[in-house]
Design a protein around this ligand. Structure first.
Ligand SMILES: Cc1cc2nc3c(=O)[nH]c(=O)nc-3n(C[C@H](O)[C@H](O)[C@H](O)COP(=O)(O)OP(=O)(O)OC[C@H]3O[C@@H](n4cnc5c(N)ncnc54)[C@H](O)[C@@H]3O)c2cc1C
Length: 406
């Protein structure tokens, strides 16, 4: 009996599990390992951080997906994997051995070694971290009511990429709640974003990116571009304009500093000795590691190159789901015939839509640029589609977004 071990129950790992276990006929067993007992929709973490969605709305039990006849679910932390010995080490369980390994360990916050960022800024990569951001904002607002200090009403987002922009929109929606706690007007809550780039949102056309940036600005969010964060001190973000590190430093005082400058793949990928950059491996056409045909590497730990491109596809939930489906098919073929599928992985994007709060969005869906309410409804439908692609109708009915026209 062949043993397949899948690490991570995010979009990629759970999709492989869901699809592969349907193909089992007593010929292989799956072991799925994940830190938490639940899967979370990482694409909605900013809403939990802002407090505009409860965490229960973006999570569901891994057990809902697992077929216990084929798959054993182990809730534990993976501490290492060894491609040469074909073993996986866990924090609280014995080592696992495998015939085939699927590494789908996702992303971690990337601080690029910026001084004080780890200690003094809040990351937003897990449900716990998103909940901690919301709890922090509420505490700061409660403290303000007791002892008013202007920096308590300031929120700084370091990084105005896709995630930062979505977070700014959600925080703008959350202002009413924060202001009520602090006993001030919503407009007294200042949200500022800092980004080293001058042309934000490169995934969109000039016109659409400008629309998105102006939409966020229209909510009273201050976006400071060409601004490199040099240091994060307690309650203070220090930055300089332009590329000259000796330029005059500027600072913003804020009791809430949220870090969204970027993510890298799981550090376990580098630690395993795979040829990786920032935790990401360029996989083969069959999504295996070039040096280990029995090791698939998918989701945010993979940097998949487009056929004619120089830069890898952006890491998204959408491509992670596509890779999950492909690996289930390819691995089933390898397990049953000993051969990979004839065709390699091909990615077709449904589009990219950024939400700016609950009712506004902009982006490209099915080849067309869209804005406003229509884009917002499209974003929710794409999220429902992703729920459906793993959890089926059951999870869509429980967790789906049906407030399409609010
Ligand atoms: C705020 C935000 C908004 C986003 N919006 C979009 C969007 O609109 N559209 C889109 O397509 N993408 C979006 N993304 C990107 C998307 O969320 C990621 O690309 C996607 O989550 C990657 O899926 P994955 O399965 O590779 O990893 P993950 O979803 O990160 O899953 C990895 C899993 O592995 C588990 N894990 C990690 N380390 C260990 C360990 N050591 N031991 C055990 N378990 C472990 C984690 O707990 C998790 O369950 C967004 C991301 C963020 C943060």
């Amino acid at each position: 009996m062949k043993q397949v071990v899948i690490l991570g129950a995010g979009y990629a790992g759970l999709k492989v599990t869901h699809e592969l276990q349907k193909k089992a006929s007593g010929d292989f067993k799956i072991t799925l390992v994940n830190k938490n007992s639940y899967h979370y929709e990482a694409t909605d973490l900013h809403e939990v951080a802002a407090g505009t969605q409860p965490s229960e709305k973006i999570t569901y039990p891994v057990a809902d997906i697992v077929d216990p006849k084929v798959t054993t679910f182990i809730q534990d932390e993976v501490t290492a994997f060894d491609p040469a010995k074909k073993t996986v080490s866990l924090k609280d369980h014995d080592d696992l051995t495998y015939d085939y390994l699927v590494v789908a360990l996702g992303f971690v916050s990337e601080t690029f070694g910026i001084k004080g960022a780890v200690e003094n800024a809040l990351p937003m990569t897990t449900v716990e971290e998103a909940e901690a951001i919301h709890a922090h904002i509420l505490k700061v607002m409660d403290d303000y009511k007791q002892t008013p200090t202007p920096e308590a009403l300031n929120i700084v987002i370091a990084g105005a990429g896709f995630t930062g922009i979505e977070l700014a929109g959600a925080l703008a929606d959350g202002r009413k709640e924060y202001a009520a706690r602090a006993g001030v007007n919503p407009s007294d809550i200042k949200i500022s974003m800092l980004d080293a780039g001058t042309r934000l949102l490169p995934m969109f056309s000039d016109k659409l990116a400008e629309y998105g940036v102006n939409l966020v600005k229209s909510l009273g969010v201050d976006i400071i571009t060409d601004a490199r964060v040099q240091e994060v001190a307690p309650g203070k973000t220090i930055y300089t304009f332009g590329k000259d590190e000796a330029a005059t430093p500027h600072e913003i005082s804020a009791k809430t500093i949220i870090w969204t400058t970027g993510v890298s793949g799981s550090p376990l990928v580098d630690a395993a000795g795979l040829k990786a950059r920032r935790g990401r491996v360029i996989p083969t056409d069959h999504l295996t590691d070039a040096d280990h045909d029995d090791l698939y590497i998918i989701g945010d730990v993979a940097a998949v190159m487009p056929p004619d491109g120089k830069r890898p596809y952006p890491t998204t939930a959408q491509i992670a789901l596509g890779m999950g489906k492909y690996v289930a098919d390819d691995l089933a073929s390898v397990l049953k015939t000993g051969k990979h599928l004839e065709n390699g992985f091909v990615y077709k994007s449904l589009g990219t839509v950024a939400s700016v709060g609950n009712t506004r969005a902009f982006g490209v869906a099915m080849g067309h640029e869209s804005k406003g309410y229509f884009a917002s409804a499209t974003k929710k439908m794409i999220a429902n589609e992703s729920l459906y692609r793993i959890g089926g109708m059951k999870e869509v009915l429980k967790k789906g977004r049906f407030d399409l026209y609010h």
